[in-house]
Design a protein around this ligand. Structure first.
Ligand code: TYD
Ligand code: MG
Length: 453
């Protein structure tokens, strides 16, 4: 037998190196290479097509398709995020920071599926059965017919499920604790995670069970070690939120069976995760007296409007010191860009001020349509002139200082009007009914409006 050559697998990106190094040459992570033994691969062989292979039928794109039947979990926000329910025989990865609520969410999902008589198995590799039951009791799910096990051996799990009719849902919490005896290595290493996932996914496909794997995310946001898993599963769901805040957003990052533009919104409460069917005013602090440095932006999550408050603070500095710029919930290079446009096109200088920007409620904004609202908050903070409390601000700012229209402007303005906002500060050309509009073709116009000059 050929001697097994040692190889070193990066636990962050999965790349394989012939020798150990302190830093992975592919992803530049430090101390991520771990020795894993490899089966020798044979590259020189060519297929003998006279035996073994099987010709497959090639079908046209226009052939009759059977849409995947979906099983509703009974938790509408979860169903919405995954595209309308779980698909039998599919595999999903639920990724998120430790402590964000993944186990809680999936226990609730399993309980809802089981309560509907569809059969749900919850395997925890992290907690003892009693711990899971205690949590279920606290969540008021003590009577749900979920079947629990605390196991880490994939072989034991498959042996257990082999002889019975397959459950509609199998939850594995977490894939990083699973161990497959088909290969060597400690649980949590890339090859173990990959092998365990592979076995479980094969079971799911063969038996028509929907499989949900929990995956912890590492500090840099990659799905712990095994980014490899993202390719193996049908859908990757991210569970996001700030641990110090109540709100959690479930978002499909990849979905072979549906779109990735819908989210599920939950609030972490004393008795678990509560669904938030109408999240539009979630991140809003309503006050009667306007304060300077805040602007309301009508954000969009999938097709759902969410109004968020953008807060800016500027602190005058003694000349000479390098001023700080800090952004929470907003891209800091985009902040730098807006500060530069404000200075170059509108003559508003932040050179002698520290700038802090925050999106309220732990919400993370990525939409460039928030530019105008961010600019309004910044100018308002610097000049200590509040933006009216009844106004929402919406539009993208170009480097030239021009203000451009954002996607779905009408939908956002409609929601703002519904929530009692009376005025919208928007790019030129926007028409709206039910809300007063102030239009700005140039960022300069917005600056004049805020400063009253
Ligand atoms: P958990 O589901 O264990 O997180 P994960 O599996 O992602 O690591 O939940 C973590 C936190 O949620 C825990 O610190 C406490 C909080 N929590 C509540 O606030 N209310 C509840 O009803 C439950 C079960 C948990
Ligand atoms: Mg957990």
């Amino acid at each position: 037998m050929a001697k097994l050559k040692a190889r070193y697998v990066c636990q962050a990106c999965g790349s394989v190196q012939p020798r150990w190094q302190g830093q992975c040459p592919d992803c530049a992570e430090w101390n991520t290479l771990i020795q894993e033994s490899a089966a020798p691969t044979v590259f020189s062989q060519k297929h003998d097509l006279s035996t073994g292979g099987r010709a497959v039928e090639l079908v046209g794109l226009d052939a009759e398709v059977a849409l995947p039947t979906r099983v509703s979990t009974g938790i509408a926000e979860f169903d919405r995020a995954v595209g309308g329910g779980i698909v039998p025989g599919s595999a999903m990865l639920l990724a998120g920071d430790p402590g964000i609520g993944k186990s809680t969410l999936l226990l609730q999902v399993a309980a809802a599926v089981a309560a509907a008589g569809k059969g749900a198995v919850y395997v925890s590799g992290e907690e003892a059965v009693d711990q899971v039951r205690l949590r279920a009791l606290r969540l008021g799910l003590g009577a749900a017919p979920v079947r629990l096990a605390s196991v880490t051996s994939v072989r034991d799990i498959l042996t257990t499920l082999q002889g019975e009719s397959p459950p509609a849902l199998l939850v594995i919490d977490s894939v990083q604790t699973m161990h497959s005896d088909l290969i060597e290595g400690a649980p949590g290493t890339v090859s173990q995670v990959r092998a365990s996932a592979q076995e479980l996914i094969r079971f799911a496909k063969e038996r028509g069970t929907a499989l949900i794997l929990v995956g912890h995310v590492t500090k840099d946001g990659s799905i712990a070690g095994p980014r490899v898993l993202e390719h193996m599963v049908d859908a990757v769901l991210g569970f996001e939120g700030e641990r110090s805040h109540q709100y959690r957003i479930l978002r499909a990052v990849k979905n072979r069976f549906g779109g990735t533009d819908e989210i599920g919104v939950f609030a972490m409460e004393g008795a678990g995760l509560a669904e938030v069917p109408n999240p539009s005013a979630l991140f809003l602090t309503r006050r009667d007296d306007p304060v300077s440095g805040t602007a309301i932006f009508p954000a969009l999550e999938g097709t759902r409007p969410v109004l968020v408050e953008i807060q800016a603070l500027t602190v005058r500095l003694a000349s000479g010191a390098t001023p700080r710029r800090s952004a929470v919930g907003w891209d800091s290079s985009r902040l730098a860009m807006l500060l530069a446009v404000l200075e170059a096109r509108c003559g508003v200088s932040f050179a002698s001020a520290e700038v802090y920007l925050n999106v309220a409620g732990g919400y993370k904004l990525q939409d460039p349509a928030a530019d105008l609202a961010v600019a309004a908050a910044l100018v308002s903070a610097l000049c200590e002139r509040p933006v009216p409390a009844e106004a929402v601000v919406l539009g993208e700012v170009a480097l030239s200082g021009e203000v451009r229209q954002a996607a779905h402007t009408q939908l956002r303005l409609k929601e703002a009007a519904k929530l009692g906002f009376e005025e919208a500060w928007v790019p030129g050309g926007v028409e709206a009914s039910g809300i007063r509009v102030a239009r700005f073709a140039q960022l300069r116009g917005l600056v004049e409006k805020v400063t009253g000059r």
